[in-house]
Design a protein around this ligand. Structure first.
Ligand code: C2O
Ligand code: CU
Length: 589
């Protein structure tokens, strides 16, 4: 072997070692895989087949994966506001799953929280009308305790809604060319290169399921539909050349005007649409980065969470935490024909919800369960609870009346930031720690990051889909927090459809039940001659909870409902006298 050839081999070997070391110790700085652009499904009937298989992310190692209509990741569903659609979700796995349309305003039984399970080999076919405004939504499983494993292994797809207002704007909208979905996910791998969950070692960055992605971006205005589809990590997005970009949409709609930014914080579950103008940059390479060194502490991804004993073990060992790193390489190439070259300022007029119509407010507090149990409280480590309860499939945490506008206050008593998500509705943030929200958070939202020891107030309206039995969910979108029970449920009920107390008083039984709703005591007053001899209490699923037979002569029966065993929600009380029986509805709050 000549010296130069030997040198070449040594050099090549050194580079190999270097690449090996780099990929072992940090995110590979060399983007090498073309960005996957998920295939598109359009129309009114969609077939989604959930499958399992494997991928070779790391040479020679097989990683088991999940996918929809493929074995890894999921197609992009494009729908139009006003369309009626049917989604046939077929589960070919040998485990149960669910499929949730994150951000869509659909009936609870179509929304697929943990209550609508798709058994192995079953097909679930919800049909509904698209009522949402044009924006970027997504779909992913929501199974009890199984969201993180199933999403991390690949079940995560875009759902893009279009409408006529958005279509009237001069925006890039050629999918895959100048309108690009980016599902940003950090993943952890164990020693056998299996995707690991609930660990602090999520060091591999995937975009649309592509590890080390690059994208050939034409030198013009490009629209990126950003989704933070990660289980835990928040990104502080920016461009390596310091260039400005423009936010045009939030989770649930277009903004009223584009916002000029150099950084955008996106927490798990959040979406944002941005425009970047690459005109004149042909031939250059730019990186989309997360400037995590600038993230406020307490956010998963910042350099610090908690302090002293209130920290997460292992957190500091993840080199991504608190450092600036590349998410994707952008190779700027020649313009397409008919490029969009300007960024519009005015977008779609935004009409916020009216505070004068607020009829109720409620508070959701975040705590650690250990603190509640006085057991080694660590304010950074879960499991976490909402309003002192862990998620329970059979109980209802909040009952909301149809056609009402409410203000919710989220209070975070822990030392870690939690992205709060609510199903069914979009909301407007009114206050963050007592201050106005930033312009990026002024549009329609369905996820909001609640900082440690901070609070967020939002206004929202519940105007469709009353159902006395099937609840919607609200939860933390850090997936293993959700899986560990940091989730609650709510019913939207139509009071007009309930038997009102007034009607009951007019009935032959002369029954009064009060107070309703109550969190403490219910008193039933059934006057003679129809003295009540039996009170049976059923939950919303029709399961008998307890019954009482008053023995004394009094017509009043009182019972305490404050005990923990009786979850908040709606109950049916069947009241029986010697001659008749009647059922009334009461609500525990
Ligand atoms: Cu994206 Cu309840 O979830
Ligand atoms: Cu959380």
């Amino acid at each position: 072997m000549s010296t130069s050839v030997r040198k070449y081999y040594i050099k090549k070997f050194k580079i190999k070692v270097l690449i090996y070391l780099v990929s072992l110790t940090s995110i590979d700085m060399f983007a090498q895989n073309p960005l996957n652009i998920p295939p598109v499904l359009t129309g009114s009937s969609f077939n989604l087949k959930i499958q399992s298989g494997s991928q070779n992310f790391y040479s020679g190692k097989n990683t088991p994966t999940l996918g929809i209509n493929s074995v890894w990741m999921a197609p992009t569903i494009i729908v139009y506001k006003g369309d009626s659609v049917t989604l046939n979700v077929k589960n070919t796995l040998n485990i149960k799953t669910t499929m949730h349309w994150h951000g869509l305003h659909v009936a609870a039984f179509n929304d697929d929280g943990p209550h609508q399970i798709i058994q192995p080999s079953a097909t679930w076919s919800p049909s509904f009308k698209i009522r949402n405004n044009a924006a970027t939504y997504w779909y992913h499983p929501h199974g009890a305790g199984q969201t993180d494993p199933q999403v991390s292994k690949g079940l995560s797809g875009f759902l893009i809604v279009k409408d006529s207002q958005e279509a009237a704007l001069n925006l890039p909208r050629t999918y895959g060319i100048d309108d690009i979905p980016l599902n940003i996910q950090s993943k952890a791998f164990d020693d056998l290169q299996q995707i690991a969950i609930a660990t602090e070692s999520d060091t591999a960055i995937f975009i649309n399921g592509t590890l080390h992605a690059y994208f050939n971006s034409p030198a013009q205005v490009i629209r990126f539909r950003l989704l933070n589809g990660s289980s835990l990590r928040t990104y502080n997005l920016g461009l390596s050349n310091g260039q400005k970009f423009y936010q045009i949409a939030t989770d649930g709609g277009m903004l009223d005007s584009s916002i000029v930014l150099t950084r955008l914080i996106l927490s798990p579950g959040e979406r944002a649409e941005i425009l970047i103008n690459f005109a004149g940059l042909s031939g250059q390479t730019i990186y989309l980065k997360s400037y995590a060194s600038e993230l406020p502490k307490g956010i998963y991804g910042a350099n610090q969470i908690g302090m002293g004993k209130d920290t997460i073990a292992e957190y500091g060992t993840n080199f991504l935490n608190g450092s600036d790193f590349n998410l994707m390489e952008l190779r700027i190439v020649a313009q397409t024909t008919n490029p969009i070259t300007t960024v519009p300022t005015a977008l779609i007029p935004f009409i916020p919800l009216n505070k004068n119509f607020v009829t109720n407010s409620r508070t959701i507090e975040f705590d650690t369960i250990r603190l509640l149990q006085n057991d080694l409280p660590n304010l950074s480590e879960g499991p976490f609870a909402m309003n002192k309860r862990s998620f329970d499939m059979d109980s209802i945490n909040e009952v909301i009346y149809l056609n009402t506008t409410e203000i919710w206050t989220l209070v975070n008593n822990t030392l870690v930031a939690h992205p709060f998500h609510i199903h069914d509705v979009q909301f407007n943030i009114i206050k963050k720690n007592g201050m106005e929200p930033s312009s990026s958070e002024k549009g329609w939202k369905d996820v909001v990051l609640v900082m440690p020891k901070d609070s967020v107030k939002f206004i929202t309206r519940f105007e469709d889909f009353a159902n006395n039995k099937v609840p919607y969910m609200y939860h933390c979108h850090l997936l293993h927090h959700e899986d560990d029970g940091m989730m609650g449920s709510f019913l939207v009920i139509d009071t007009a459809r309930l038997t009102s107390i007034k009607n009951i008083q007019k009935s032959t039984m002369k029954i009064e039940a009060f107070p309703n709703p109550s969190n403490n005591i219910w008193t039933i007053d059934g006057s003679a001659p129809n003295k009540i001899i039996l009170v049976e209490v059923f939950n919303i699923l029709g399961k008998s909870i307890f019954s009482l037979s008053p023995s004394q002569q009094s017509n009043k029966i009182s019972f305490n409902i404050s005990n923990e065993e009786l979850p908040c929600g709606m109950y049916f009380l069947k009241l029986t006298s010697l001659t008749t029986s009647q059922t009334i509805h009461l609500i525990k709050i």
